[in-house]
Design a protein around this ligand. Structure first.
Ligand SMILES: COC(=O)c1ccnc(N)c1
Length: 239
């Protein structure tokens, strides 16, 4: 997968040299390039923002640098992803969709946002996805890009050592995963549930599923309500 990130703070992405994303870049699974938006400014102050038409607080990112940056970076088959508070809520299903694409371009907005014409102009040439991580506002899109890139990259073939991790984890099947335990068996007077030490894999699987359903019903009734009823055993159904 080819990924281009355009930002006025390219150094924000130093963490993407680390851990499994760093390894994915080394192995060539992820071809990541970070671009400084100011590359496409031509004034002595390398200006990227200006005051908003219609008045109001703060500054808006100018269209010209963005237009030239996207002209330079976009290729056929690219999808533009713009993290934004006004975007569509990002969920695991979106991570899977993005993981299936060949080329992602991330535009990191700052200030009060990017001039709307940049989005509209790009949408004439490529798919554009404005994506929100939740109902809150950040200083800029950079940290959201790191979050989205983690969620996407870990789904790419070969990135996670054990692909089985992807099937049992939270949200993989629309539920929260069961609690996990490791050694020691007893810790500060707290024991690992006996079932997990039983060696009875069928019983362990049933226990984990029950815990997953209980946890989902308690913490995410929205997910539980939309969980396909045919996947629930009779005893799992709410009264
Ligand atoms: C500037 O970007 C944001 O503030 C942002 C991006 C993605 N999700 C959000 N909830 C906010």
């Amino acid at each position: 997968m080819k990924v281009d990130i355009i930002s006025i703070f390219p150094d924000y992405f130093a963490p993407l040299e680390l851990s499994l994303i760093g390894k994915a870049r080394t192995t060539g699974t992820l071809d990541l390039t970070v671009h400084d938006l100011r590359t496409w400014t031509h004034d002595v102050h390398r200006t990227v923002d200006d005051s908003p038409y219609g008045g109001g607080p703060g500054m808006v990112m100018r269209p010209e640098p963005w237009g030239q940056a996207l002209d330079a970076v976009a290729a056929a088959g690219a999808t533009l992803v713009v993290p934004s508070p006004v975007g569509k809520p990002f969920a695991q299903a979106d991570a899977h969709e993005l993981a299936g694409l060949d080329h992602l371009i991330f535009a990191c907005g700052r200030y009060e946002g990017i001039d709307q014409r940049v989005i509209d102009d790009a949408a004439d040439r490529m798919p554009v996805r404005e994506v929100s991580l939740g109902d809150y506002v950040l200083f800029g899109g950079e940290v959201a890009v790191i979050v989205i890139l983690e969620a996407v990259t870990r789904l790419l073939p070969g990135v996670l050592g054990n692909a089985d991790s992807l099937t049992e984890e939270s949200h993989a099947a629309g539920l929260l995963e069961a609690p996990v335990y490791t050694k020691p068996q007893s810790w500060r007077g707290r024991e690992v549930p006996e079932v997990l030490r039983s060696g009875d894999h069928g019983r362990i699987a049933r226990w984990r599923r029950e815990q997953s359903l209980l946890r989902t019903a308690a913490r995410r009734p929205d997910l539980y309500a939309s969980y396909p009823p045919e996947h629930l055993d009779k005893k799992d159904r709410k009264a």
